[in-house]
Design a protein around this ligand. Structure first.
Ligand SMILES: Cc1ncc(COP(=O)(O)O)c(C=O)c1O
Length: 391
């Protein structure tokens, strides 16, 4: 018999999984090229040459202990490289001891939540948000407190955050560029959030989930979280920047300005071990050391973003151009975004209702799909527009 809690969670199912299953059914019925699947957030570009070259070098000139256990925080030379990278971005003196290499951004978040939470401690998350935060918080005995972002700007609502803080608030998770909205939180927003959090007596850590930090378009830049927020811990990965999601390589970066800086890094290292990750994948730590400045061909993502944005706009959908990330987040023309997503599926367009991200009234489309899929989908988007009288 499995745990009651897990059995209950599994029976609730997920909107994304339902969409995935519906997609498989449609693909069997109509053929894969007749189904326009924008539902999965799976980077589809190949990793940059630097990654391929690093792998070849590592395999052709294997050093002793290439695959051995190591310090639970990761290889020192890798952590020095990651620390230098974040020092350059933030202007702060980030050191190797502030870095813990992790099993993706998901591993980084789980390690930090494990390190921070006592049972019943609260973690504020800002909707729309990556739904796995609910499970991650629950994994470590925490309570998630959902605060909705401003419905017009999709930026954090500082008054609402202030009202949500209690003596049990231990951490707040931010994610920018945001999945699903594509919004980049501006510097002023981060600075104002810092002022708000520092006005409280207790320490509230900001866990900044930034796997899309390098996927920004139109010359936009992502402000440095460490430079803006005192008690910031970056939880991130190279899953999107280097198109390596299956390799599970990420890191924790503890701000040198953090309260209990040393204790945080010691506890992150310890939790990496006791959660069973032990250490981040050895080979890919070494790849990161060699390819940390590389980025996938983001001009291709930008082109696809523009193509899908034009297809939707021409069909009459209401949508903003996202500044970063891999998603468009148009409005649902009806309140029930799940019913709208089901209607889109009848036109063989697969997308995810905003409700899955605790932000109903919208739907999410991932533009990491082929240009051909986007071109071929135009008629289906127009058909949906006709059914819902979009002008
Ligand atoms: C916002 C966000 N955070 C975390 C993750 C997990 O990243 P990783 O695969 O590096 O663990 C994802 C994956 O899509 C994501 O979109």
């Amino acid at each position: 018999m499995i745990s009651h809690q897990i059995a209950e969670q599994m029976s609730r199912g997920s909107l994304i999984r339902k969409m995935f299953e519906e997609g498989n059914r449609l693909k069997q019925q109509y053929g894969a090229d007749q189904v326009f699947d924008f539902s999965l957030g799976n980077p589809d570009l190949e990793p940059p040459n630097e990654v391929q070259q690093a792998l070849k070098d590592l395999v052709n000139n294997p050093e002793p202990g290439l695959h051995a256990y190591m310090s639970n925080a990761g290889l020192l030379s890798v952590r020095e490289t990651v620390a230098r990278h974040h020092s350059n971005l933030s202007g702060l003196a980030v050191e190797a001891s502030d870095i813990c290499m992790t099993v993706g951004a998901a591993g980084a978040l789980n390690v930090m939540l494990k390190a921070l939470l006592d049972p019943g401690d609260e973690v504020i998350v800002l909707a729309p948000f990556f739904f796995e935060y609910l499970s991650y918080t629950n994994n470590h005995g925490g309570q998630t407190v959902v605060v909705k972002n401003n419905p017009q700007t999709l930026l954090p609502d500082l008054d609402a955050i202030e009202r949500a803080i209690t003596p049990r608030t231990k951490a707040l998770i931010i994610n920018s560029p945001n999945n699903p909205s594509g919004v980049i939180y501006p510097r002023e927003t981060l600075l104002a959030l810092d002022v708000l959090l520092r006005s409280r007596e207790q320490v509230i850590y900001v866990l900044s989930d930034e796997p899309y930090a390098d996927l920004v378009y139109d010359g936009n830049t992502m402000p440095s979280t460490l430079a803006c927020i005192q008690n910031a811990v970056i939880c991130t990965s190279w899953s999107k920047q280097l198109s390596l999601p299956g390799e599970r390589i990420g890191s924790i970066v503890i701000s040198p300005r953090c309260e209990d800086r040393e204790l945080l890094s010691q506890s992150a290292t310890y939790c990496n071990r006791i959660l069973g990750y032990v250490n981040a994948p050895a080979l890919f730590q070494r790849v990161i050391e060699r390819a940390i400045d590389a980025v996938v061909a983001i001009d291709q993502y930008e082109k696809r973003r523009d193509m899908l944005f034009t297809v939707l706009g021409d069909a009459g959908w209401t949508v903003e151009k996202p500044a970063g990330g891999l998603y468009l987040f148009p409005r649902s023309p009806i309140d029930d975004d799940t019913a709208f997503a089901n209607a889109c599926a009848r036109h063989r367009i697969l997308l995810v209702p905003g409700s899955a991200f605790w932000f109903p009234g919208y739907v999410r489309l991932c533009f990491a799909v082929s240009e051909q899929t986007i071109r071929n989908s135009a008629k289906a988007f127009q058909a949906v527009a006709r059914e819902f009288s979009l002008s």
